[in-house]
Design a binder for this molecule. Sequence first.
Ligand SMILES: *Cc1c(COP(=O)(O)O)cnc(C)c1O
Length: 401
Amino acid sequence: MNTNGRPAGDDLAKRFETAFMPTYGVPPVALARGEGARVWDADGGEYLDLIGGIAVSSLGHAHPALVEAVSRQVAVLAHTSNLFINEPAVLLAERLIGLLGVPARVFLTNSGTEANEAALKMALKYGRSTGRTYVVAAENAFHGRTLGALSLTGKRAIRDQFGPFPTDVRFVPYGDADALRDAVTAECAAVFLEPTQGEAGVVPPPAGYFRAARRICDATGALLVADEIQSAIGRTGHWFAHQHEGILPDVLTLAKGLGGGMPIGACVGVGPAGTIFAKGDHGSTFGGNPVSAAAALAVLDTIDADGLLEHVQTVGAQLAGGIAAIGHPLLAGVRGRGLWLAIVLTADRAAQVQAAAQRAGFLVNAVQPGAVRLAPPLVITPGQAAAFVAALPAILDEAAE
Ligand SMILES: *Cc1c(COP(=O)(O)O)cnc(C)c1O
């Protein structure tokens, strides 16, 4: 409560609505603090966080390793710009290359969309030097909101009013290897694909799709760009989702879970793709910021030290299995992998499920009209996952009414 007796969250909602551009609509909850997978709103209400700031808060909230790394670094050196070397950024780039296990080069950014901007500029430069004039992306793909990334985003509602775009982007149905083969010719510079489409509703492709994409790109010389912004850093139980198919992309983009809540992204060029950019081709004042880099190192160290990849596989299977075992007329099934799932509904009631879950103390995300996304912190406990599974039938009852 505020001193005027009104709930603090209500006040914040009004001020939010007045002060911000109306890009988001007013969010239903004002979060004030968190601990592990639990969060509290501005009025003290407690929730289990099953969305993790959109697959970002890998270590949950207020994780001691993240607090320590960020506090230590900000007290020593908060910023250098790209005019000077900072060691956390170098360590992070080396760490990412080590996780891939192959020669690669890294460009650090502040967000996902910037990582994709870098990848697209690399594709354009590569295309210019090899006579390749277009790129291929997937229908319903989400690659970001800045103009380059938006040109790759295959959702008409969010792109059409900002076009036409300077890059020739050709869209193919996601998961259809034959359509991809037809679209990718020797004039194609790059293929941008998510290993599983996140914003489209956690939609995995058929098994073998990424292997087929790899073969198609190898045959034509197009770069395979894996947008792993939502799928990497343990989300699916592997460091990177492309590892499920045993292939390597030429370029990979990262962000969301990498910083555990601190803004950081990366564009990684594997092998020759690591040196497409030459001096002066790209830059960022904040990219590779030492505080964000220290946070990312703490995330990677903790995933390693605490065995979180195995934990994600176990708790993810428990969560998916528990949901799948619920018989309910509104529940069509569950899809996804690791701690990245969609509860698929038999009707367009995702908004109602999100609202009912919130009233029951669980934060979930109505990612599509008929699909509810779960992307909890990787540290969510089996008990917390079980509590959600136990509460879900009543949430679905309420949402179905
Ligand atoms: C979130 C997301 C982006 C954009 O990241 P921002 O940090 O919001 O710019 C791009 N691609 C994918 C797959 C994403 O999930």
